[in-house]
Design a protein. Structure first.
Length: 584
């Protein structure tokens, strides 16, 4: 083997790793909706979590990427450690798909139809298809499909180049001796772990082992321990990704390491026992690409079968290794590691936005309660809620702006824009909660009380605002357009109530039934409650716009409200429901 063969091997390895990276990233983007659907199943049973991890890894062909996602989910608080363990176990089985695909390169037969199964026969057509899509299509999904095809073609070309370049190694005594050395299982495990830790992909390291297998010098006795070590080495990526995360996120990475280390130790002990007692002849035979794929699958399935029933013990183990702090974190920020998979990062944004919505609306409800039953503790809770909403807005706004710079689909871009608009409205709702509390404080401090007529009118307005908040919140949380459509008519009723109540206040002033001091507080309350209903209208409008893929739909609805039969019917129903009582 001369210097040119070494250069050819480096060239093939580079193409192989590059093709695997391009294909994996494009698959993540192309399968974004599928990944989001699979993510929804993670909260189910242990089996559902296992199948989800297996499915996602089979799609993106990287257990490391799946585990990094899981660490991000746990860090963002949208997945528990218990759920993460099942997904990680499924990822270990899903990663074996790549080895089976690569083993197609080892097909050797004179049959025309069998030759068609060899990647070298069909990858040129896939590459041509990918180039055509990339050059002539403007559709982002088709461009991602093109990169999947081109990545796969590059990967397989690199695999063939590696295999051809190392074929001469079978006549090199030093190479033969190296793999004789790896027949010592512990050394094989260490070699597999180090190689995989360097390139941070067990799929890629298995592919390299399959390429070396064409020399005929890699026996099963050497290959199996190396495969075991590859599963340990792949944990490095998750461990690196967990640096600076929450306790539970670090535990998720530790579970990945513990699962693979324990499984490797058990299988290594079994390997020693079988080799010593049975001495199977096949261990001295040269491993084939298909044989390595089978060994990889058997090892991962066996580890999972042994440890899957003991997931609870794994959870207890990592909890002891990484104990809880005395002070628990109250606010979990978004994880930038998830930006490598924009659809899933956006899903996390949704979950954080849901928390923000609940926080903001809870603050306004407590503020309204303070008007009738004021206490310093209640006021403090409202201000704390407003501060939390501010932090949510800062975190979500920065994250969404950065996410928008990534390559995301048109639908995801609309969704990100919707969330950016929504978080502004949620934050303003919490601001109005503080304003209302300040009015309640002023009423208490100055010992101001409203007239009975004013109290009755305020009760009607609060009822209308409470209902519009309930509608807007549920429309957002459930992404329900039908609920969102009911908000605008009620918002118009709130506007009408505000005008009527201001006129009623002027009349009471003229009759001497209300003081000037009470009038200022009254005006502030009406303004803040009416502004809350405006933001509820904005929230509902954003839900409608995103659902209909029309970012101007809300303005269209407002300009044509009088022409809508549904709007008029709902408006009249709400007007009757929230009619002001007759003045006494």
């Amino acid at each position: 083997m001369d210097i040119f063969s070494v250069l050819s091997m480096i060239w093939g390895l580079s193409l192989f790793l590059f093709g695997m990276t391009v294909m994996g990233e494009a698959l993540e983007r192309r399968a974004g909706n599928s990944l989001r659907s699979l993510l929804g199943k993670m909260t189910g049973s242990k089996l559902a979590g296992f199948l989800t991890g297996m499915g996602i890894t089979a799609i993106i062909q990287s257990s490391s990427a799946t585990t990094v996602m899981v660490v991000g989910f746990v860090n963002s608080g949208i997945m528990s450690l218990k759920q993460a363990i099942n997904v990680i176990m499924g990822a270990n089985v899903g990663t074996t798909v790549t080895a089976w695909v690569l083993s197609l390169s080892g097909i050797d037969s004179g049959s025309f139809f069998v030759k068609l199964l060899k990647p070298s026969s069909f990858t040129p057509l896939l590459a041509l298809w990918g180039v055509a899509y990339l050059m002539f299509s403007k559709n982002s999904k088709k461009k991602d499909t093109a990169l999947v095809l081109l990545g796969f073609a590059t990967l397989m070309f690199g695999m063939d180049a590696m295999s051809d370049s190392v074929s001469g190694l079978k006549d090199v005594p030093a190479f033969t001796q190296m793999f004789v050395l790896f027949k010592e299982p512990v050394l094989g495990v260490l070699a597999g772990a180090v190689l995989t830790a360097i390139i941070q992909s067990s799929s890629a390291s298995v592919g390299i082992l399959q390429a070396l297998a064409v020399t005929g010098q890699v026996s099963y006795g050497a290959a199996i321990p190396i495969i075991m070590g590859q599963n340990v080495g792949t944990c490095v990526t998750a461990l690196i990704s967990s640096v600076g995360t929450t306790k539970n996120a670090r535990r998720a990475a530790a579970v990945h390491l513990a699962f693979n280390v324990i499984g490797t130790i058990i299988c290594l002990v079994l390997f020693y026992i079988v080799r010593a007692m049975v001495q199977p002849a096949f261990l001295n035979e040269g491993a084939s690409m298909l044989g390595i794929a089978v060994s990889h699958s058997v090892f991962n399935v066996l580890c999972t079968a042994m440890l899957f029933p003991m997931s609870g013990l794994l959870e207890k183990l990592v909890t002891k290794l990484i104990p809880d702090d005395q002070v628990k974190e109250e606010f979990v920020m978004l994880d930038k590691r998830l930006m490598a998979t924009p659809p899933l990062a956006l899903e996390c944004c949704h979950n954080v936005a849901y928390d923000m919505a609940i926080c903001a609306f809870e603050a306004i409800r407590k503020a309204i309660d303070s008007l009738t039953s004021f206490s310093e503790e209640l006021a403090a809770e409202v201000r704390k809620g407003e501060g939390t909403a501010d932090r949510y807005e800062d975190a979500l706004g920065s994250y969404l702006v950065e996410l928008s710079t990534k390559r995301i689909s048109g639908a995801d871009s609309i969704e990100a824009a919707k969330l950016l608009k929504l978080i502004g409205d949620f934050e303003r709702v919490s601001d109005h909660a503080v304003n209302i509390v300040e009015s309640a404080e002023e009423l208490k401090a100055k010992e101001i009380s409203f007239s009975e007529d004013a109290k009755a009118e305020l009760s009607v307005l609060i009822g209308a605002v409470s209902e519009i908040m309930e509608l807007a919140q549920n429309a957002f949380l459930k992404n329900d357009i039908a609920l969102a459509m009911q908000v605008e008519p009620l918002e118009q009723v709130v506007d009408d109530l505000k005008d009527q109540m201001r006129n009623g206040h002027i009349l009471r002033l003229q009759q001497g039934k209300c003081s000037i001091g009470a009038g200022f507080v009254w005006s502030d309350l009406l303004t803040n409650l009416e502004r809350v209903s405006d933001h509820c209208s904005n929230i509902a409008g954003s839900v409608i716009e995103a659902g209909r893929a029309d970012m101007n739909y809300h303005e269209l609805l407002r300009s044509n409200r009088s022409d809508s039969v549904d709007f008029r019917r709902n408006y009249e129903a709400y007007s009757r429901k929230y009619a002001l009582p007759e003045a006494k």
